[in-house]
Design a protein around this ligand. Sequence first.
Ligand code: EPZ
Length: 418
Amino acid sequence: MEKLVVHGGNPLNGTIEVSGAKNAAVAIIPAAIMASSGVSNIDNIPDIEDVRCLERILESLGCKIKRCNNSAVIDSTCMTSVDACTDDVRKMRASYYLIGAMLGRFKEAKVELPGGCSIGVRPIDQHIKGFEALGAEVKIEHGAVCVKAEKLVGANIFFDVVSVGATINVMLAAALAEGTTILENVAREPHVVDVANFLNTMGANIKGAGTDVIRITGVKELHGCDYSVIPDQIEAGTFMIAAAACGGRVKIDNIIPKHLESITAKLIEMGAEVIEDEDSITVVSKGRLKAVNVKTLPYPGFPTDVQQPMSALLCIAEGRSIINESIWECRYKHVDELKKMGADIKVEGRSAIIDGVSKLTGAVVKATDLRAGAAMVIAGLIAEGVSEIHNLDHIDRGYPKIEEKFRVLGAHIDRVEE
Ligand code: EPZ
């Protein structure tokens, strides 16, 4: 078991490169199995455990994968199985994209129900509603989702909630359905657009991704292609917040500034300086920042996945901040950990009321989930003295080499064996 040891209290200075987007990569890799000819050469894949987990799952289905640095060549022409029921499938959330991908290509799939961060109830009723509307029979048996269809036929589907997962999953299946599918009330996250672009490069016909209506004209088959995953909006946001929290001047490079507008706006409201360039953002922070209120919303609103890192910054802002978490019902498990470091936070239902304190102090804490882990790293960097962060498996699922990237910025942070 490993832990991070952080000596806090130093400003951050320098430039970091953001990796490829986790939540795009974990959909694009399953989508690659929809190619019935050719291989897919996917670049800018983040080096994280969720990606390694998916690659193992694809190999268990008979795909061949060659990994080289940030690229992977995926050959799915030799797939032998549509039965994905392994420990790896249960470990992660995004394994549910195998349902849409295999249903599209093979018209059947059996996929164990997914795991992932424990941040509240995570139903998949909207995914199922979409598959059924396309003509599939869906059953949950022995903890697995079993889907089967004679054929898939395009349909008009209006989602009851805005769901990233359901939008992508149904888009995958519909790409190989007969006729036209219209998806309404869809998620507009950058990774939804990235998956649509990937599918189009494979030969699909998808229009409207990034708006709230997606129109898919089904094609008979998809082929392998070359593709590069977009930069990670959430990793970039995490580093922007860390820079604002620790003070200093940090350039966050290899990003799409438009994807970060809601975070940029909040940091400016708090008093930080944020300089946008074509593919970078520089955050300059001097002195104590002001408290702000934050409400998480689907894109282009403030991302729920940045709420926990943001809460670490708000712990030391001047005044009272109120966070309203509108996406997940239980995304405050990190609050008890922040309190060990001297934070003053009360959680009432979906809200967290944070009264800023002048400093945090180092403590032994744990990552309760992925983004909670990032929040604890930021808190450790702010805090006076030494912090230890345990349960790194959560952080490693989604942040590539987090301690190395922070060290580039002058942070004193080491990964050591417990
Ligand atoms: C994706 O989860 C991300 N995960 C999450 O990131 C992210 O927090 C979330 O989108 C929201 O942006 C991946 O992309 C792998 P949703 P997903 O379906 O797709 C409700 C991280 O830290 N809902 O958009 O599972 C649901 O309960 C992770 O990287 C239904 O009611 O989220 C939630 O309240 C954590 N029925 C809301 O919709 C459904 O069928 C949004 O969920 C599906 C969802």
